[in-house]
Design a protein around this ligand. Structure first.
Ligand code: 13P
Length: 283
């Protein structure tokens, strides 16, 4: 069933676990995510980035998610990842998304607040949750590029004021993670995360979680992280499996036999993350 992100965030906050938010671009990725959620009896968030929407089309993303949710027995939220404008959010609302993220992190503080508030005004009456971002998470996600120089950590006092004034349902924080592949081990700023969690009760979101050591993820969740975004590790599992087929069976032409192993590899990644995040058996 499709549920509001808010329901998932609040249950996770109460239960002190986090729910994985996995990026989808096609049917195989979606199926592997949902099959893993069913196997783990875990709630799950599926999300499309700007690139994902461009590639698959919003109608396909929304349509596939609706079909997946009708068949599934676990709660599923459909989210737009890093929504860039009010107009795009309205489009998502019209297409039945149950969660939206508005990324106003590049804007000055007051403008980010104003945009996020405007989004909550259309999303909340439709039962749709709103995730916002404060501070700038570094790295590359499709069209969105934030250089290490431009990345800025979330200020705990600003986070509290932002959550209070916007009434957002979840807040993505910049505490040292980045989108994409890490060069070297990421170092999370746990003191900052603790400070943020002391100043505000708003459920927190960790982006760029692919490649973050399990130990760091486990340490972060008790500070109120309820949503953890994973994209790169799915891409890697997909690509490695397809390359393996291409190398081992160069004459294979059946798309199902080329993409089938990729689905299995992604299923395993999602399943492992759900266990790590503590969301297994929480559906
Ligand atoms: P990764 O690609 O690093 O897993 O990050 C995903 C993400 O945060 C999507 O917003």
């Amino acid at each position: 069933m499709l549920v509001s992100g808010k329901e998932i965030f609040q249950e996770a906050k109460k239960g002190k676990y986090a729910v994985g938010a996995f990026n989808l671009n096609n049917m195989e990725i979606l199926q592997s995510i949902i099959e893993a959620a069913e196997a783990e009896k875990s709630p799950v968030i599926i999300q499309a980035s700007q690139g994902g929407l461009k590639y698959a089309g919003i109608e396909y993303v929304a349509g596939m998610a609706r079909i997946a949710a009708e068949k599934a027995s676990v709660p599923i939220a459909l989210n737009i990842d890093h929504g860039t404008s009010f107009e795009q959010i309205v489009q998502c609302v019209r297409h039945g998304f149950t969660a939206v993220m508005i990324d106003g992190s590049k804007l000055p503080f007051e403008e980010n607040i104003a945009l996020t508030k405007r989004v909550t005004e259309v999303a909340h009456p439709n039962g749709i949750s709103v995730e916002a971002e404060l501070g700038k998470i570094g790295g590359v996600e499709d069209d969105i590029v934030v250089s290490a120089r431009d990345a800025t950590f979330t200020d705990p006092d600003e986070a509290a004021e932002f959550a209070e004034r916007t009434n957002c349902d979840a807040l993505a924080v910049a505490i040292g993670t980045a989108h994409g592949v890490y060069h070297g081990e990421p170092k999370l700023d746990f003191e900052r995360l603790e400070e943020i969690s002391k100043k505000t009760d708003v459920p927190l979101v960790l982006h760029g979680a692919s490649g973050v050591p399990d130990e760091a993820i486990g340490r972060a969740i008790p500070y109120g992280i309820v949503k953890i975004n994973i994209d790169t590790e799915l891409r890697m599992a997909f690509a490695d499996a397809v390359k393996r087929v291409a190398t081992e069976k160069p004459d294979e032409i059946d798309p199902r036999k080329i993409l089938g192993p990729a689905k299995e590899a992604m299923f395993e990644v999602v399943r492992k993350k759900m266990r790590l995040f503590g969301s297994s058996n929480k559906a």
